[in-house]
Design a protein around this ligand. Structure first.
Ligand SMILES: [Ca+2]
Length: 120
């Protein structure tokens, strides 16, 4: 199942901020079930910044609508958190909240920012 960030009850202020958890995560995998996928739909082209924030050493993927990897990141934040910044065309994408190591559990915050909040 893929959660749609536009309909999931995330807070939407200056960014889209969502709190989730891992339970027995799948490490640096885009396909293992322990790594949640989130649908991100852009109604305008925009530069998007996607951040993971967690005590768990995390890993982030951005996929296109066919599941191909557009970008991945391990430690771009200070510390072990992941960040992707990418210019994207209008369309539907998938964010994968992964972890650097297998079988981790814990909470995380996923944040999506763009200069054009109307695009989200
Ligand atoms: Ca990391």
């Amino acid at each position: 199942m893929i959660l749609d960030l536009a309909t999931y009850p995330c807070s939407k202020g200056s960014a889209l901020t969502c709190d989730f958890t891992w339970s027995n995560s799948g490490g640096q995998s885009t396909t293992l079930g322990g790594n949640p996928h989130y649908q991100l739909t852009l109604t305008n082209s925009a530069t998007v910044q996607i951040d993971l924030d967690s005590k768990v050493d995390n890993f982030l993927y951005l996929l296109d609508s066919s599941g191909s990897i557009l970008s991945s990141n391990n430690n771009s934040w200070p510390g072990k958190d992941a960040r992707i910044v990418l210019s994207l065309a209008t369309g539907t994408y998938e964010v994968v909240a992964a972890t650097s190591r297998n079988r981790k559990s814990g909470s995380f915050t996923l944040t999506v920012k763009t200069g054009d909040l109307g695009a989200l």
